[in-house]
Design a protein around this ligand. Structure first.
Ligand code: C2E
Ligand code: CA
Ligand code: CA
Length: 413
């Protein structure tokens, strides 16, 4: 899309658009004066005179119908052009409910314009008609309306999911690639929906993030993961050959990270569970950190004071500045699975895994390779001195009781 603003000039008296024309553009008046008028019973009725900074032509652009009035330059005028593609892009990214409101207002406005009512009342839009206004029926409105209904229902269902105990954490083992034992687990959330079955995070995390539900949901995940950690400890303690404690990692989303109460809530959860805080690792993506590095620095230091560990997730897919990487109190880099899963065929991926491991060690961090998909990758990672590995080849994410039974598993090689 062309990001350069297009402007167009009109001389005094020139017509900008005419009532009944098709309209694919709206305008903002950069300078000058524009008169907007309609023809009724053979005479022109001026609706408005618009000056600098005001908007015109937006109705036809938004609902794709014809111009409902004529616009003419009263003085020499310059307009900034807003074309349909630009506006549609903005509408697509807007809150569905706002879109619905927009369509409803537009359709009602147009309907009242064409109703057989005293001219002056019809022309001002009849905001006082209240319930007497006909319901909008356009196809676009129907589509928006269905979208909004669906979204409201999902939002409602998701907000009840915690109370109704429909959320569950599954645990994917993370192996120590040198010693071969299970070093810890990544907690991954699932929604056991009463009619849709198990929904993976890709089906609801975005909605939870947009609505803010991710904050209570994330807190629930942290508390649940810590309770699971206590149970893992008990199971592990029963093993004669390896009673070392395992850790648990929990994913943090943007909204949670921005929540000013995060560190306090975490402090409270940690103090109510008899657990070594160093066994809890928070996974944060690099794009989240680089969004506002100075804020991230303060927040990371507050979290570190609680004694827990910090992991940069999906490393290599964002744009970390190396100087920040050095200054952030990070314990672990987790190499994104797109590099690990292609490292045997793609020399570039292999070099990224090698360089990331080297960089992490140089900065006194350890490394987790995620997405380990076969024994060849595993061997290479061991050769590169990568400490930890996680991936479907080693184990899929497991329900907690299955995680208990693999807690003493060891790698064959
Ligand atoms: P992630 O943090 O990168 O988590 C790893 C994802 O990769 C998991 O998907 C896991 O099942 C999958 N995975 C692990 N090994 C392999 C492999 O070898 N091959 C392939 N193809 N995939 C592998 P999942 O559970 O669907 O989670 C997806 C994303 O959802 C996570 O990506 C994370 O960003 C987010 N997520 C999961 N649980 C939570 C949570 O409790 N809170 C927040 N905020 N986000 C979560
Ligand atoms: Ca993760
Ligand atoms: Ca990841």
């Amino acid at each position: 899309m062309n990001k350069v603003l297009e402007t167009v000039g009109f001389r005094k008296g020139e017509c900008i658009f005419r009532e009944g024309d098709a309209g694919a553009r709206a305008y903002i008046i950069e300078s000058g004066l524009v008169e907007v008028a309609v023809r009724r019973q053979g005479r022109a009725l001026v609706l408005a005179e618009l000056g600098e900074g005001e908007l015109l032509g937006e109705m036809a652009l938004l609902d794709g119908l014809r111009r409902s009035a004529t616009a003419r330059a009263v003085q020499d005028t310059v307009l900034i052009v807003l074309n349909r593609a630009l506006v549609e892009e903005k509408l697509e990214n807007a809150e569905p409910m706002l879109n619905l409101f927009l369509r409803a207002v537009l359709e009602r406005f147009r309907t009242t314009r064409t109703m057989a009512l005293p001219e002056d009342r019809a022309l001002i839009g009849l905001s006082d008609m209240g319930a007497a206004m006909p319901a909008p029926r356009g196809a676009a409105y129907q589509r928006e309306s269905e979208l909004v209904m669906e979204r409201l229902k999902s939002e409602q269902a998701l907000s009840e999911a915690i109370a109704k105990e429909q959320l569950e954490l599954v645990y994917q083992p993370i192996f120590d690639l040198h010693e071969g034992h299970v070093a810890g687990f990544e907690a991954l959330i699932r929604w056991n929906h009463p009619t849709e079955g198990t929904i993976p995070p890709s089906g609801f995390i975005d909605l939870a993030e947009e609505t803010g539900l991710i904050v209570p949901m994330g807190l629930w995940a942290l508390e649940e993961a810590l309770r699971a950690l206590l149970r893992f400890r008990e199971v592990r303690a029963g093993h004669i050959y390896d009673s070392s404690e395992c850790f648990v990692t929990v994913n943090l989303s943007t909204r949670q990270f921005d929540d000013p109460h995060l560190a306090d809530s975490l402090g409270r959860i940690l103090s109510t569970n008899d657990i070594d805080p160093g066994l809890l690792k928070l996974e944060i993506t690099e794009s989240l950190l680089m969004k506002d590095p100075e804020f991230a620095m303060v927040e990371l230091n507050r979290l570190k004071k609680l004694g827990l560990k910090l992991v940069i997730d999906d490393f290599g897919t964002g744009y970390s500045s190396l100087s920040y990487l050095y200054r952030f109190p990070i314990d672990t880099l987790k190499i994104d699975r797109s590099f690990v899963s292609t490292m045997l065929q793609d020399e570039g991926s292999k070099q990224i895994v090698r360089a990331t491991t080297w960089l992490a060690h140089a900065l006194a961090m350890d490394v987790v390779a995620e997405g380990v998909g076969d024994s060849g990758q595993l061997l290479q990672l061991q050769g590169l001195n990568c400490e930890y590995g996680q991936g479907f080849f080693l184990s899929r994410p497991l329900a907690e009781h299955d995680a208990h039974s693999v807690i003493d598993h060891r790698l064959a090689c």
